[in-house]
Design a protein around this ligand. Structure first.
Ligand code: C2E
Ligand code: CA
Ligand code: CA
Length: 600
């Protein structure tokens, strides 16, 4: 009954009275009004009827034999099934009626006999309305409670989702960097409380991941990352924390370990697991990983420092040839710092004019005379002294500083050659030497290289025939089309080209005939043990044959003794360079040597 204007047809009323006349009167009256009426004549029958089919309202006589109306009401109120049925007491006017007791046992109202029809109906209606209103409120309350419960649950779930999203990576579902760093912070704090506890961090980076993205597309790259994440998760003890740190980098936190062996063992397991191929859109893909390991201890104050060192170790693993792991040690940190320092110093070195060029002669073996000088740059570091190029050229290449540095060397060595040329002229001597300048891969692929060379030669009034450029195989192989084009332009200017360090790089002989090279420089490693290693002798012989067949000359690099020189002369090598003749010399020493007209 949820209508506030109850339909009498649907309203059941139970009348309880031991006086049949009363029963008859009331029932006739209410039936006429359309109510469904049931009548019983004593208390126990009333209770049974109410339990069997709870009515909407009970009219209950107070004075009955056996069980009084009060007792009936009390019992009805004590049972859940009948508790809420409104009870109106019936009492005779002449009877002693205890209203207080009537209300105490749960009666809601009372009607006195003899019945006044309008009063009876009004009171019944009143109670039914009240009951209906009460039920409605109850129902609304229940609904409201239900909604609040549901909403709370939804909010809780949304909160959990948000919390999860903030700390997890959407692609792989793994914990993310934020999560990892928080966990690491907690573990570090624990270690500060219990200094004997040990933990480790693994920093894992996929080798050449870019190749997958570039060749198969980013979607395939994403898929591969998911697959890698899955394989990693399969390797990892649930007590450890595996996270996707960034891009193709993953980290693992190993808590409460006994020794470093646990970390290296895990690194081996991971590399083993990842060494099997992945299937991506029907392509079989292989991916290697380099792993850096750092052991955590109380000396670390900040989680970032652990990551930094794990990253340094990872970088070291990559440098040593990828697909391996390295455990961090303090030397690595020192080296990384030195490199960083060197990088910073290098940026300022050009402006501060800390570079100088040394010159090493290249000898023509036919005449025994100097045929050329190779310009070799040196860095006069204000604190470190003379820094050899192998220590800073790679940094200059990695940072792009090689471009201005290379240009500086080109300009300075050409200027020097011009000066020597002028001095020769003043002395009335013939001048026919060239300057060999090294060009790095980066410079070689620089769009305005030719322009710069032209500009230098032009401003110095130096004949382009006097310039030789030394490039490595990598410069050609990295971009053969560009190399071809450049070669044409250099050829047009009669600038000669040497292929440096031959034998150490690709050494693919097949491309040699495609490029108009003038000179091949056989790397020092083949010359140094020429006399003792027969194989080297054969290689040098083969290179000489090939070069001559293609119309190129050969420089033997790194000649240090007379035997090597004799052998190379015997083999028909036309040019040579090495400590036997002279080390790289500063301007003054080179000049003295040159004007002394040595002959070997
Ligand atoms: P490179 O072009 O192969 O230069 C020859 C290197 O071999 C020089 O080392 C030279 O000192 C060394 N050398 C010459 N004869 C002998 C010998 O008989 N025995 C031994 N043990 N070594 C000998 P350096 O000057 O330290 O240069 C190292 C490398 O640095 C060069 O190798 C070159 O690749 C690079 N480099 C030097 N200057 C420049 C430059 O201006 N630009 C560029 N891009 N690279 C440069
Ligand atoms: Ca060289
Ligand atoms: Ca060389």
């Amino acid at each position: 009954m949820n209508d506030s204007q109850p339909d009498n047809q649907l309203t059941n009323i139970l009348i309880v009275d031991d006086t049949p006349d009363n029963l008859y009167l009331l029932s006739a009256m209410l039936t006429e009004q359309g109510y469904n009426v049931r009548c019983v004549i004593n208390g126990s029958a009333a209770i049974m009827a109410a339990i069997a089919d709870p009515p909407d309202l009970i009219l209950l006589d107070i004075r009955m034999p056996q069980m009084s109306g009060y007792d009936v009401c009390k019992q009805l109120k004590s049972s859940e099934r009948t508790r809420d049925i409104p009870v109106i007491f019936l009492s005779a006017l002449n009877e002693v009626f205890d209203k207080i007791q009537a209300f105490e046992v749960g009666g809601l109202d009372y009607i006195t006999k003899p019945f006044e029809i309008r009063e009876v109906l009004a009171r019944i209606k009143n109670q039914l309305n009240l009951q209906s209103a009460k039920l409605q409120i109850q129902k609304l309350n229940t609904e409201l409670e239900q909604r609040v419960r549901e909403r709370t649950k939804e909010l809780e779930q949304a909160n959990l989702r948000l919390l999860h999203n903030a700390s997890h990576d959407a692609l792989t579902g793994l914990p993310n960097r934020v999560f990892f760093m928080e966990r690491l912070m907690a573990v570090l704090a624990y270690t500060h409380t219990y200094p004997s506890s040990q933990f480790a961090v693994l920093f894992l980076d996929c080798d050449d991941f870019k190749v997958v993205n570039d060749s198969l597309g980013h979607l395939a790259g994403d898929q591969l990352l998911k697959a890698v994440a899955q394989r990693l998760a399969d390797c990892i003890n649930p007590n450890y924390t595996l996270a996707r740190f960034e891009g193709d980098e993953f980290t693992v936190l190993l808590e409460q370990i006994e020794s470093v062996d646990e970390a290296t063992l895990l690194a081996e397991t991971i590399q083993q697991a990842l060494s099997k191929s992945f299937l991506l859109h029907e392509h079989e893909v292989f991916i290697n990983t380099s792993i850096g390991i750092v052991l955590g201890n109380v000396e670390y104050e900040q989680p970032e420092h652990l990551l930094r060192d794990a990253d340094t170790a990872m970088y070291q693993a990559k440098t040593l040839g990828k697909a391996r792991y390295q455990v961090f040690n303090q030397d690595m940190h020192t080296r990384a710092l030195t490199r960083l320092q060197l990088e910073n110093d290098l940026r300022r070195a050009i402006d501060r004019q800390e570079f100088i060029v040394y010159y090493q002669p290249i000898i023509c073996l036919l005449t025994g005379r100097i045929s050329s000088f190779e310009a070799l740059v040196r860095w006069k570091h204000p604190q470190r002294g003379l820094v050899p190029p192998n220590d800073f050229i790679p940094i200059a290449e990695a940072t792009g500083l090689i471009i201005p540095l290379g240009f500086w060397v080109l300009e300075n060595s050409c200027r020097q050659l011009k000066l020597w040329q002028e001095k020769s002229a003043q002395r009335g001597e013939i001048f026919d030497i060239t300057m060999s300048v090294n060009l790095s891969v980066k410079q070689f692929s620089q769009p305005n290289l030719i322009e710069q060379i032209d500009q230098v030669l032009e401003s110095l009034q130096l004949d382009s025939k006097n310039l030789k450029l030394e490039i490595t195989e990598t410069a050609i192989m990295d971009n053969p089309e560009l190399a071809s084009e450049l070669f044409e332009q250099l050829k047009a200017r009669q600038i000669q080209l040497s292929l440096d360090d031959f034998g150490t790089g690709y050494s693919s002989l097949s491309y040699l005939h495609r490029f108009p090279l003038d000179i091949i420089k056989i790397d020092r490693s083949f010359i140094s043990n020429l006399d003792s290693m027969e194989k080297n002798l054969e290689v040098v012989q083969a290179i000489l044959n090939l070069a001559h067949h293609l119309g190129m000359s050969v420089v033997a690099e790194g000649i240090e003794n007379q035997e090597q020189l004799s052998l190379l002369r015997l083999l028909g090598c036309e040019l040579a360079q090495g400590y036997l003749f002279a080390k790289p010399l500063d301007t003054e020493a080179a000049e003295t040597l040159f004007f002394s007209h040595p002959k070997w």
